[in-house]
Design a binder for this molecule. Structure first.
Ligand SMILES: [Zn+2]
Length: 48
């Protein structure tokens, strides 16, 4: 999922259908290409 770097909200939507690569936060109104991507599913470590 994508998270706003300012308010940590998950309500992020792409501007102009993602053509510009810009995102907008519906919570605080942040606009920019910098967003936090976080995996909803945590992968288990399989070392060895
Ligand atoms: Zn925000």
């Amino acid at each position: 999922m994508k998270i706003c770097p300012v308010c940590k909200s998950e309500k992020i939507s792409m501007l102009a259908g993602g053509i510009t690569g810009m995102y907008e936060c519906m919570n605080c109104g942040y606009r920019g290409s910098l967003i936090i991507e976080e995996q909803s599913k945590k992968k288990q470590k399989n070392e060895g």
